[in-house]
Write a protein that binds this ligand. Structure first.
Ligand code: 0SG
Length: 209
């Protein structure tokens, strides 16, 4: 069985709106995966992502009928918080969460595409670095970039990572990567749709932490 396919994201409707409840249920399955990765450095990342999800869910739970889509939340906060927005509330939490989700997407896509360090074929540092440079690096000052360097050194071997994706079972690489491909079919458009929404609403910020 594949961990990813157990947690397949929902297909987007034609208007590319993202259903809040389904999205929150889907992303909530990601943080426990960090426990399989071993090193303590991953608990920092897990707690950051968990914090984002908790913040968005707290807003959703206030009025599920009002916040059916993620865009409903972001637009409502724009009205409520005016000058503070978008660096506030669930809008800020989703801004960061989507960057983590993009990181995961680029990492998985890179593995599925067969990107590999031929000298160290059982390492996934090239895939992780590609994802980091695409999704996160520009938002990180030097201290957080050091945390990334520590995470890179502590990253699991490719074989162990693929095994974790297969819930600890010995699955052929090609079967595991076929599942990664299938997972990305709905996951990638969901992440793209959130990015597009932030761009359309002018909700994206460019500061570093
Ligand atoms: C195989 C695994 C390899 C993993 C390699 C991981 C590489 C990534 C390492 C990056 C380490 C990041 C550690 C945390 C950094 C955080 O500081 C930043 C900024 O966090 C935001 O800061 C918060 O998320 C916001 O929280 S909120 O919900 O309250 O709104 C907020 O606090 C904000 C600051 O607020 S403000 O000053 O604007 O008021 N977080 C990130 O950069 C996201 C990191 C996501 C990493 C995803 C990695 C996934 C790995 C998956 C492996 C399968």
């Amino acid at each position: 069985m594949s961990l990813l396919l157990d947690n397949q994201f929902a297909e987007l409707p034609a208007d590319k709106s993202v259903d809040t409840k389904t999205f929150l249920d889907n992303v909530s399955t990601l943080p426990p995966f960090f426990d399989c990765l071993g090193s303590k450095v991953f608990s920092i990342i897990k707690s950051d992502i968990n914090g984002n999800i908790t913040k968005i869910r707290a807003v959703y739970d206030q009025d599920p009928a009002k916040y059916v889509t993620l865009q409903d939340i972001v637009e409502a906060e724009r009205e409520t918080h005016k000058g503070e927005w978008p660096k506030v509330g669930a809008t800020l939490a989703l801004m960061w969460l989507k960057r983590g989700l993009r990181f995961i997407q680029v990492l998985l896509q890179s593995l599925a595409d067969g990107d590999r360090d031929e000298n160290n074929p059982n390492l996934i540092r090239v895939n992780i670095t590609k994802a980091y440079e695409h999704a996160l690096k520009r938002y990180h000052g030097w201290i957080v970039q050091k945390v990334f360097s520590a995470a890179l050194i502590a990253a699991p071997y490719r074989s162990n990572f693929l095994k974790a994706l297969s819930k600890g079972e010995e699955v052929k690489d090609e079967d595991c990567l076929a599942n990664v491909h299938l997972f990305l079919v709905n996951y990638t458009p969901t992440v793209d749709a959130i990015y597009e929404m932030y761009s359309n609403l002018n909700a994206e910020l460019d500061y570093t932490v």
